[in-house]
Design a protein around this ligand. Structure first.
Ligand code: SF4
Length: 59
């Protein structure tokens, strides 16, 4: 069984954002943003005006 690819940049703000979705391929995981015109923001995101905290997020 193939090993799951690692989550990219765990420190990225996107992981705690409602707008982020993970797109998985066999080799990689990409972060897809539904809030910005740039659907694949350069990682890691440390500051973002469109950030929407997920419920329960401590940010
Ligand atoms: S809105 Fe900002 S923080 Fe949220 S997923 Fe998009 S780029 Fe990441």
């Amino acid at each position: 069984m193939a090993k799951e690819p690692a989550i990219p940049f765990p420190e990225s703000l996107c992981h705690r954002c409602e707008a982020a979705r993970q797109v998985k391929t066999a080799a990689s995981v990409f972060i897809l943003c539904s809030a910005l015109p740039d659907k694949y923001p350069r990682q890691p995101v440390v500051r973002c005006a469109a950030f929407q905290a997920k419920p329960g997020s401590d940010v």
